[in-house]
Write a protein that binds this ligand. Sequence first.
Ligand code: CO8
Length: 257
Amino acid sequence: MPYEFILTETRGRVELITLNRPQALNALNHKLVSEVMEALEAFDQNEAVGAMVIAGNERAFAAGADIKELADQNAQQIKESDHVAVFNRIMSIRKPIIAAVSGYALGGGCELAMSCDMIVASESAKFGQPEINIGVIPGAGGTQRLVRAVGKALAMEMILNNRTLSAQEAQQFGLVNRVVSVDQFLNEALKLAEEIAGRAPVAVRVAKKLINQAYELSLKEGLGEEKREFYDLFTTEDQKEGMKAFVEKRKPNWRGR
Ligand code: CO8
């Protein structure tokens, strides 16, 4: 399917989505975000796909929402166009998504990265929520996900006072999974995605769902959900195959059911 602002590429069981507005530092206009969501939803439905990677380029993952697109909107227009609703469609994707971040991940760019399940960063990555500089606040999850990722004190500083995090700081505070060199960040993200895509697909999807639910449920409810899903996995062929393969000292052959 031809897209205007993203590129897609199949790498084995991994689909790579590259944000492709380099001249605007991948600023997230409405069409770009819609294309990302459309691609993710299509890959989520495709059995041949085990995981997705969203990447920018070396200079920018994304420098935020497209300020030029938003600048002249009034309150009614912004509500009607509802950019955030499009953005939030990412929450219904069942397969793992890895963000490959180099350079700027600012505003909506940082929020997009945080909406993914894991982040692989290059040494040049910079994470920030600079919306305060233009008289607004994060609108696509920044005030909520950042607190959960790095804690209240640092989130306050980042959102109220435009503190940016280097890649090393982002790793230290638990925002990113790993930091590698600029020339390796994409390969590293693809490698991680390929490894996960090679694992038992139903178990991966269930685990992703439960981990994300941990933010929303009480511990008691979450443990109840986990127990139910754990028992349910014993209805799958993959549970039989995985345990049999262990006993027979061979590699499992996952069926995804
Ligand atoms: N929107 C539109 N255009 C942008 C953006 C942006 N966010 N960021 C950069 N650009 C454009 C610049 O206008 C410039 O275009 P042109 O060449 O036509 O003038 C080009 O990209 C290159 O940028 P710079 O010349 O500014 O490059 P520098 O290296 O000097 O500076 C910075 C890089 C520091 C990243 C700088 O561009 C900057 O501060 N950008 C804005 C960052 C920002 O404020 N982001 C937050 C935006 S608001 C937001 O994200 C709210 C999210 C709410 C919900 C999201 C729903 C999708």
